[in-house]
Design a protein around this ligand. Sequence first.
Ligand code: ADP
Ligand code: ZN
Length: 426
Amino acid sequence: MSRDEMRALQGKRLRETVERVYANTPFYRKKMQEMGIMPEDIQTVDDIVKLPFTVKTDLRDQYPFGLFASPMSEIVRMHASSGTTGKPVVAGYTRKDLGIWSEVLARTFSAGGCDSRDIFHIAFGYGLFTGGLGAHSGAERIGASVIPISSGNTEKQIQLMTDFGSTVLCCTPSYALYLAESIHKKGLQDKLKLRVGFFGAEPWTEEMRHEIEEKLRLKAFDIYGLTEIIGPGVSYNCSCQNGMHINEDHFLPEIVDPETLQPVAPGQVGELVFTTITKEGMPLLRYRTKDLTRLVYEPCECGRTNVRMEKIMGRSDDMLIIRGVNVFPTQIESVLLEFAEAAPHYHLYVDRVNNTDTFEVHVEMRPEFFSDNMSRMLDLKKRISARIQSVLGISAEVKLVEPNSIPRSEGKARRVTDKRNVYANK
Ligand code: ADP
Ligand code: ZN
């Protein structure tokens, strides 16, 4: 599809969506009326800038069903976000929405080279979290054999994976790593038939990808999404593994400056914003994801014409401001994984002592490098600190910790403890 054709399709679907929410969602009707906008003011994609933004607190204020645009008799499923940052937000799906969801995931899995011959081991959590049931429906849609194991119970995961000959693994990157370590400990690497993995639901770096690919001997694809928009499958890696193609015939992306809320210049980094243009149950206008990335309109080598977004740097919520310097956990991850001695497990501690921010980076050592040779350890600490200083422009107190001492995660990893908030709330 050419860009012009895509834009025409998006324009048409945007008009339909605006009409739908104006008619069915009092929240949006009121917002549009306050701004003096009528549905007919929206004709093309470019008119999107006239529409109001939606933020997470709007969803919380409208809890539970205030943003639904379909009667409950048409809602066939509900999910809620995992609540990484507070009270959950609720999403409602009509039968058509579920069809869209499985379609975008079928695209995701096909782009990764999967088909009906594959055995999908789905270790995303099932339940209110969108990961499990979302991936499940996409895998069924391509006709694969699906193992709905959900997350947790690592022993059993490994047993079924080897006994059933799973070829595809879906879970968070941190759980993939945990599984990989457990498999290595048991020496079962050769029993695995995995060839592809779809990992997402949390930020991870290219370095982490290489780590997982090597340990599990598979090709790892990034898969992005959020409950508010639909769940996983909003965008996906193709075989080039270079940015994620957005399913932009369903989810219309924009990048805005998080301060001014104006669109950024093409190709600049900013906050990712989505308008759902085909959803019935809970369509959202200009939803601010808080995720930071940029859009890439250059053609992709795979031949797909839909726009790509780069790997997520992090959520603006995750950004730490330490002594005035902006730091994303993913930046630290990239630096740490440059060191052969460092395992991909780390935790950041931020505190405030005598009005100065303190910043500690705890990094786990790989067992083969862990030693009680103090001078060697000291030298490594210095090299890691120097590298953090040169890449991020901030000094950090690096602590090398024993193998297996940092807690592993079966879902989304928590890598930051910021004690400054405790004082702020007092
Ligand atoms: P919660 O907000 O409770 O974590 P979700 O489970 O809906 O709820 O999480 C969606 C968020 O997870 C996204 O906004 C994004 O920050 C993060 N996320 C999802 N997939 C990816 C990915 N592939 N890369 C980086 N971050 C991701
Ligand atoms: Zn591509």
